[in-house]
Structure formats: structure tokens, C-alpha cells
Design a protein around this ligand. Structure first.
Ligand SMILES: C[S@@+](CC[C@H](N)C(=O)[O-])C[C@H]1O[C@@H](n2cnc3c(N)ncnc32)[C@H](O)[C@@H]1O
Length: 268
């Protein structure tokens, strides 16, 4: 355990991260499939899998539909959770005790790290150091996904951070809803990643983003797009005319994803 790691509750639920799996399989197909040089055995690492390794196993199944030989490593601070998870280990699936300093063995490499629903107990000022520590384990081109969801996984907001030659780039923010709670941009406010969680307030750039999205959503509704999926889709089209870097790909919008890739990266 390093000075950054902290014990937290381990609650998770089946299917909680399924929308993220679907996104990654669709949008990060190349990352999941790469197999040259060190990528041949490069793992997916799930940090903080919780009391039960359900979401790790669900992701392993989803990603292995693309890449059957993908190594998967579940990492947990709590040793009792690691012991219980061993019942699900196999030749390609491992569970190890560890923290942000990932417990990798010599010769192991990493293509994708997921750290979902784990930074709530950490201070926002600690987040950049945690991102750097985790991102340091990635191969160049690899992805770190860190964010939050509600318990069923109906609402999700996450950072997408890419390992680039200069370090770790804050490439994008991803928002998703399955519309089971309707739709309004404010739905996402309480599920922002830790570093933005309490910053949706006047004077903060993330508040400007929410104000723009809310105005775009109100216009969409006034134009008759009142059903949640349509209100979402048309709010994103309108938002794209105000804010740079909004991705308006049809698949993303049809499936309830807003991907925001601001030029120059997501502000800190
Ligand atoms: C709320 S659970 C999240 C489970 C699952 N990732 C999910 O999204 O549903 C958070 C887990 O992260 C673990 N955790 C917290 N800090 C950690 C760290 N630095 N390294 C590894 N695991 C950590 C906790 O022990 C806990 O089991």
C-alpha cells in the first residue's frame, strides 16, 4: 500500500459497467486487438474490483469476444476480496492484492486500465497523482478509464486518459445514460469523476459546459424533441455548435453516449 491508497467500501453490482464495456468494444476495438511486440500479452487491468469481481468477469467476457486470449488482471486493496475472487481465476484471469502501484510481474504489460467508482474516498487534489501513477503502467497508446456510475450503471461519467509520448493526455470525457431515469444534463452532475464532482458551480469551466448543454437541451425540447433519447440526441447536436470537440457520431448518439474531446485535452 502506498501513501495514495485508502481503504474504501466495496459495493458493486452485476452489469454496473456494461455500458462502458459496450463503448470500449465499439470505440476502442483497435486498442483491444493490438498484438504487435509487447501488445501480444498486454492485459486489461481492473483496479478496485470490489467485494465481488463481477464487473471484471463481465468485462473479460465482453473484451474476449474480440480478443479471446486477452489477459485480465483484477487488483484490490482488500486481501479478503482478492482471496474470494481466486475462485474465478484461470490461466488468463488473475486477481492480485495491490493499489495504484499495480502489482505487475516482470515482463507483463498493460493496454487498458479501468478504475471505476473508487476515488470517492480520495481528495480531489490527490487525483492527478493517482492518474499519473496508474497511467505510468500503460504501453504508449494505452488507455486509463477513471470515473463514476450510479449503482445500477444507468448513469456514467468517466475520464479517458491516453498514454502519449509526453506522458498522460486528458483525452476526453465520456457521458452515458440508458434513459431509465429520463434525460436532462443535470442527471450527470452527481456522478462526475472525483476531480470534477464538487466543481459544477459558478466560475468553473465544467459549470460552463453544463450551462451550455442545459441551454441546448432546453432548445431541443422547445423544438419538440421531448422524449429522452431524442432530447439527448438533439441537445448534443446543438451543443456541438457551441462547444468544440463534441463528437456527433450516430452510433454514440443512438446508444446514449456523449463523447467530448476538447482540442488540447480536458482542462484540469
Ligand atoms: C465501490 S468498489 C467499486 C467496485 C467496482 N469497480 C465497481 O465499479 O462497481 C471500490 C473498491 O475499490 C477498492 N480500492 C480503493 N482504493 C483502492 C486502491 N488504491 N487500489 C485498489 N483498490 C482500491 C476498494 O477496496 C473497493 O473494494
Amino acid at each position: 500500500m502506498t501513501s495514495l491508497d485508502k481503504k474504501t467500501r466495496g459495493r458493486t453490482s452485476h452489469g454496473r459497467l456494461r455500458a462502458l464495456d459496450v463503448y470500449l468494444v465499439h470505440q476502442e476495438r483497435e486498442l483491444l486487438l493490438r498484438s504487435e511486440g509487447p501488445w501480444a500479452r498486454a492485459a486489461f487491468v481492473d483496479v478496485g474490483f470490489g467485494e465481488h469481481p463481477w464487473t471484471t468477469l463481465e468485462s473479460a467476457e465482453a473484451f474476449r469476444e474480440l480478443h479471446p486470449g486477452l489477459p485480465v488482471l483484477g487488483v484490490e486493496l482488500e486481501s479478503s476480496r482478492v482471496e474470494a475472487a481466486q475462485a474465478h481465476a484461470d490461466a488468463l484471469t488473475h486477481f492480485r492484492q495491490g493499489g495504484f502501484e499495480l502489482p505487475l510481474h516482470s515482463g507483463e504489460s498493460v493496454r487498458l486500465i479501468r478504475a471505476m467508482n473508487l476515488l470517492r474516498g480520495y481528495r480531489p487534489e490527490e487525483v492527478p497523482g493517482i492518474h499519473q501513477k496508474l497511467g505510468g503502467a500503460l504501453l504508449e497508446g494505452g488507455l486509463l478509464v477513471e470515473g463514476s456510475t450510479d449503482t445500477p450503471g444507468a448513469i456514467l461519467v468517466t475520464h479517458l486518459l491516453r498514454r502519449v509520448p509526453e506522458g498522460l493526455s486528458r483525452e476526453a470525457l465520456l457521458f452515458h445514460t440508458d434513459f431509465s431515469r429520463g434525460f436532462a444534463p443535470v442527471l450527470f452532475r452527481d456522478w462526475m469523476p472525483r476531480d470534477f464532482r464538487r466543481r459544477v458551480k459558478p466560475g468553473e469551466p465544467i459549470q460552463t459546459f453544463f450551462s451550455d448543454w442545459t441551454a441546448a437541451w432546453q432548445e431541443a425540447r422547445e423544438a419538440g424533441h421531448t422524449e429522452p433519447p431524442e432530447a439527448f440526441r438533439h441537445s448534443v447536436f446543438r451543443l456541438a455548435s457551441r462547444v468544440q470537440g463534441i463528437v456527433t457520431d450516430a452510433w454514440l448518439l443512438d446508444h446514449g453516449y456523449l463523447l467530448w474531446k476538447p482540442p488540447g485535452g480536458v482542462f484540469p
